[in-house]
Ligand binder design. Structure first.
Ligand code: ARG
Length: 458
């Protein structure tokens, strides 16, 4: 029988009950629901709103329920409307009228707003840990490749020389920002809605600072209407998760390309690749493709949450029940993606020779040739034009810049002398790019040290 049977003359239609119920997905917040109820019961007892002995009995029983759920002695009742109703009715089944006192000065509206904050706070921290692990693996790989020449690209056309470490460290920066963003999301999320009650607070003498302290919040929310209506924190988190997926997806896309015969810059470990059901030669980078694909659903959830919230009059509306599946699915998928990506990255073989061979073609030292002339006094635009003409000549004659003789160079400008070959040597091109943030091995090594230190302080 429903809690509100007194007001109603009929039971809820059974299909409608299924439609209305959220227990199938909010049951995963059982721990947070019980934790919140324990804090609430503690506060009710301390404030004399219920007897201390009753508060103690409620707390003890809630702990038993938690225990029973965790060791499988108690099953969720899938007929219950949601996790909040289930725990409360289980409590009442066990201790009768004392259990019925728990919901004093509380509503499911502030209860659900609390539970989801507690849940997302914990998962946010789990994701930060995973991102830290991922960044550490990136750093480890980068440390081994500060001298591995790699062509960099714009428009997927070979552009300028860099190193594999420099390339990897660009991703380290992205994931560090993702960590920072998630910390920021958690900071704004960490406000206690409990005590907002249905929407307008209560006439009972509650202590919202006490429950905030017990639950590790920075303080109670300032406005009870906002406390039960706000889901910004879930939207922010969905946004932070989406940005993580943008980064994961770009990295995945590069790995897909690097594995192809056209690039062959890396080879995935057999444990992290798959074969084809028909083509015996295939070794496919399925994991990275799946990550790239999964970014779609994570972005979709962000749009779903924004749309779900946008037209709701204050305060609580049932629409908000839809926040959970969206954000839970985003969290689950982002965690799985990072979790799988880490060992795949760690075990992949870097084919340094192929990277270097690719760097030798595509005239990626053309800017260096132009800069050489600039250092000899020519304005950059003129140096750029002359070098362009030399590149055209080289293409026509199937040569690379280092295959052109000094005599040939001199036909384009008197400023060329023997040291041009030093200037366009790929290793030198990278070593001399010592500008802050650039690919020179010494600069990248410093960057690696900086990120290591930052990681240690998170
Ligand atoms: N299952 C509900 C949700 O997820 C809990 C809050 C229900 N509150 C209410 N007034 N019907 O949003």
């Amino acid at each position: 029988m429903a809690l509100w049977a007194g007001r109603f003359k009929k039971e809820l239609d059974s299909k409608t009950n299924d439609f209305n119920s959220s227990i199938s997905f909010d049951k995963r917040m059982y721990k947070q629901d019980i934790e919140g109820s324990i804090a609430h019961a503690t506060m009710l007892g301390k404030q004399g709103i219920i007897e201390i002995s009753e508060s103690e009995k409620i707390i003890k029983t809630l702990k038993e329920i938690l225990n029973d759920l965790e060791n499988g002695q108690l099953q969720f009742d899938m007929e219950a409307e949601d996790i909040h109703m289930f725990i409360e009715s289980e409590l009442t089944n066990r201790i009768g009228s004392t259990g019925k006192r728990l919901h004093t000065a509380r509503s499911r509206n502030d209860q659900v707003a609390l539970d989801i904050r507690l849940y997302l706070r914990e998962e946010g921290n789990n994701i930060i840990d995973l991102l830290k692990e991922l960044t550490a693996v990136i750093i480890k790989k980068a440390e081994m490749h500060t001298e591995t020449i790699l062509p960099s690209y714009t428009h997927l056309q070979r552009a300028q020389p860099t190193t594999f470490a420099h390339h990897l460290m660009a991703y380290a920066e992205m994931f560090m920002r993702d960590i920072d963003r998630m910390q920021d999301v958690i900071k704004r999320m960490n406000i206690n809605p409990l005590g907002s009650c249905a929407l307008a607070g209560t006439t009972h003498n509650i202590d919202r600072y006490l429950t905030s302290e017990l639950l590790g919040f920075d303080g109670p929310c300032n406005n009870s209407l906002d406390g039960v209506s706000d889901r910004d924190f879930a939207i922010e988190m969905a946004s932070a998760l989406s940005i993580i997926m943008v980064h994961m997806s770009r990295f995945s896309e590069e790995i897909v390309m690097w594995c192809s015969w056209e690039f062959k810059f890396i080879e995935l470990d057999d444990a992290f690749a798959t074969g084809s059901s028909i083509m015996p030669q295939k070794k496919n980078p399925d994991i990275t493709e799946l990550i790239r694909g999964k970014s779609g659903r994570v972005f979709g959830h962000l749009m779903g949450l924004l749309t779900m919230m946008k037209a709701q009059a204050l305060a609580y509306n049932k629409d908000m029940q839809e926040d959970k599946e969206a954000i839970f699915d985003s969290i689950d998928n982002v965690k799985m993606c990072i979790y799988t990506f880490i060992p795949m990255l760690e075990t992949m073989k870097v084919l340094t020779k192929n990277m270097e061979n690719a760097a030798k073609k595509g005239f990626i030292n053309a800017t260096d040739c132009a800069d050489y002339l600039v250092k000899k006094g020519l304005p950059f635009r003129e140096a750029y034009k002359i070098t362009g003409t030399i590149v055209a000549y080289a293409i026509d004659n199937d040569k690379t810049l280092d295959m052109i003789s000094l005599e040939e160079y001199k036909q384009y400008s008197d400023l060329f002398s023997e040291d041009i070959f030093e200037a366009i040597n790929l290793i030198n091109c990278v070593k001399l790019r010592t500008s802050f943030g650039g690919p020179a091995p010494e600069v990248v090594t410093k960057h690696i040290e900086l990120i290591k230190e930052k990681l240690n302080n998170i």
